[in-house]
Design a protein around this ligand. Structure first.
Ligand SMILES: [Zn+2]
Length: 237
C-alpha cells in the first residue's frame, strides 16, 4: 500500500488511546519522534497541577539562521477517543463508531511531517518551537500553565481548526466585562436631600457619556444590568 508517510503517521497516532488528562502514551511516542527528528524536548509539570498524568511538551529545533516560529497543537482529544480503528475509504480516512481524532492528531502529524521536511531539505531555517498542550478539550487547561517566557517566537501557527485546506484564522471574538460600583452619600430624601449625593443619578450620568451599542466595525458594547437597593426616602448612596 503506497501511502504518504503523513497518512501512516496520522493513523498510527490516532490508534493510541488518549483522553484529556491521560495523554501519557501519545506524549511519549511523540517525544521520541521529536527527538529522532533532532529536537530538544521538555515536558512541564502541568499534569500534576490539573490532576492529569502528562505535562505540556515544548520542543525546539535549533535554527540555522535568525528568527523563531512556533507551531502548536494539542495532545488530547474529545471523549470517545479510545480504541480508534481508522481505515481509508476512497479518499477519506474514517473511524468505526468512535471519533476519528483528526482534532487534533492531524495537527500533530502535520507538525512532525513539516519538521522532517525542514530537516531533510538541508536549507537554513529559523528556530522552530513546538508546543503540544494537554487537556485542551477541557477548558484549555493545559495551555494555562505553559511557561510562556521560554517561547522566543513572535509568530505562532496553531494547527487546530476545521475548514477547507489553507484556511487561516487570524482573529477571534473575545469579551471583556466591566463591573463598577458608584458610591454616593446617603441622606434623608425628604428632610436633607442637599446633604446627599445620589449614586444612581451619578451612575446614569456616567453611562450616558460612555458609548454603547456598535462602537466601531468590530466592537460592540452592552451595559447589561444596574442594581440599586436604596429605600425611597433615602438619597441613594
Ligand atoms: Zn482541537
Amino acid at each position: 500500500m503506497n501511502r504518504l508517510p503523513i497518512i501512516r503517521e496520522f493513523m498510527e497516532l490516532v490508534e493510541i488511546d488518549v483522553a484529556s488528562k491521560n495523554e501519557r502514551v501519545i506524549a511519549d511516542v511523540v517525544t521520541k519522534k521529536l527527538k529522532d527528528i533532532g529536537c530538544l524536548v521538555y515536558e512541564d509539570n502541568t499534569g500534576e497541577k490539573i490532576g492529569g498524568n502528562t505535562g505540556n511538551l515544548f520542543a525546539i529545533l535549533e535554527g540555522t539562521r535568525e528568527g523563531a516560529l512556533l507551531f502548536s497543537a494539542h495532545l488530547d482529544r474529545v471523549a470517545n477517543g479510545i480504541g480508534i480503528k481508522p481505515k481509508i475509504v476512497g479518499s477519506k480516512i474514517v473511524s468505526n463508531g468512535t471519533i476519528l481524532s483528526a482534532d487534533d492528531v492531524s495537527g500533530i502529524a502535520a507538525i512532525l511531517d513539516g519538521l522532517r521536511k525542514v530537516v531533510n531539505s538541508k536549507k537554513s531555517h529559523p528556530r522552530i518551537e513546538i508546543l503540544l498542550t494537554v487537556c485542551e478539550e477541557k477548558g484549555v487547561s493545559g495551555s494555562k500553565y505553559v511557561d510562556y517566557s521560554q517561547i522566543k517566537s513572535k509568530i505562532a501557527f496553531v494547527l487546530d481548526s476545521p475548514g477547507r485546506i489553507g484556511r487561516v484564522i487570524n482573529a477571534a471574538p473575545s469579551k471583556a466585562s466591566l463591573n463598577f460600583e458608584v458610591v454616593g452619600k446617603s441622606a434623608h430624601a425628604g428632610n436633607f436631600p442637599e446633604k446627599g449625593v445620589n449614586s444612581l443619578v451619578t451612575a446614569a450620568k456616567v453611562l450616558s457619556r460612555i458609548k454603547d451599542g456598535r462602537i466601531d466595525e468590530i466592537t460592540t458594547a452592552n451595559w447589561a444590568s444596574i442594581e440599586s437597593l436604596s429605600p425611597t426616602n433615602v438619597v441613594n448612596s
